[in-house]
Design a protein around this ligand. Structure first.
Ligand code: COA
Length: 263
């Protein structure tokens, strides 16, 4: 069904693998369309509780395919804008996916590759991963990825790395908050991703969706009466929900809640 990505669903885990290793998983309009479809399908598929974004080969993702970007430069303004919007929309779908998302990062993540990492809720990478926001080197800007990247690393580090286009190490990515965890090699990467996925699978599915919406609703907002009221409304709704009742009852009755496989 897909040409440039591979998807699989197993035991509640949906995995989307970028699969253009000969191009270091750079994405063009076709890859963006496939990713958008796959994210949408995983978002609504009840068999998927957690989404893992992975990639094959040496690099995680070399960002936008520069052949495509070059081609788009020759389009009419309307077509060019249509293409840019498709990328922005794919990133939004990933960032706002109702299921928790985990990025499994090895090798190079450049430009839009950094954007993909930043869109995921949890990002784990190997020590050999390398990052760069190379756009200004190419006469471009990291425009559609910027809301996600700035949310991940903050304005201060965005100023440095978006302006210098320097390469930075996995250790630096960890230090500035792009990666949550650093591991030595591919085997340790699978193990660390597996541990995070297991933690997510133990949590109430609807609560995690609501939790993502909560974070988006309160992040960067002043502590106004409206924000305080909104948070009170949210917990009121959740503790009266079927999941909330089940979770609290399960704890008090010393049993597993019904969203965890029994046995
Ligand atoms: N778009 C299109 N093609 C790309 C690409 C991209 N973003 N990134 C890599 N490729 C292609 C290369 O042009 C090369 O093609 P060729 O075999 O036809 O010559 C092939 O992938 C292998 O790349 P190469 O540079 O030889 O591999 P490497 O292992 O030395 O380096 C990277 C890998 C990813 C570090 C390097 O290719 C790179 O810096 N790519 C540009 C990434 C970038 O700046 N992305 C942001 C775009 S906004």
């Amino acid at each position: 069904m897909y040409q440039s990505i591979v998807t699989e669903i197993d035991l509640g885990i949906g995995i989307i693998t970028l699969n253009r290793p000969e191009r270091h998983n750079a994405f063009d309009d076709a890859v963006i369309a496939e990713l958008s479809t796959a994210i949408d399908m995983m978002a609504v598929d009840p068999a998927v509780r957690v989404l893992v974004l992975s990639s094959s080969g040496k690099s995680f993702c070399a960002g936008a395919d520069l052949n495509w970007m070059k081609r788009a430069a020759g389009y009419s303004t309307v077509e060019n804008l249509h293409d840019s919007r498709a990328l922005a929309e794919m990133l939004r779908r990933l960032a706002q996916c109702p299921k928790p998302t985990v990025a499994r990062v090895q090798g190079a993540a450049y430009g839009g590759g950094v954007g993909l990492v930043a869109c995921c809720d949890v990002a784990i990478g190997t020590l050999d991963a390398q990052f760069a926001l190379t756009e200004v080197k190419l006469g471009l800007i990291p425009a559609v990825i910027s809301p996600h990247v700035i949310a991940a690393i903050g304005e201060r580090y965005a100023r440095r790395y978006m302006l210098t286009a320097e390469r930075f190490s996995a250790a630096e990515a960890y230090r500035i908050g792009l990666l949550h965890e650093l591991v030595t090699d591919a085997e340790a990467l699978d193990e660390a991703v597996g541990e995070v996925v297991d933690a997510l699978l133990n949590n109430a599915p609807r609560a995690m969706t609501e939790c993502k919406e909560l974070i988006a609703a309160v992040a960067w907002k002043p502590l106004s009466p409206a924000v305080i009221e909104d948070t009170a409304q949210r917990i009121t709704r959740l503790r009266a929900s079927a999941e909330g009742r089940e979770g609290m009852n399960a704890f008090l009755e010393k049993r597993k809640p019904n969203w965890i496989a029994q046995g």
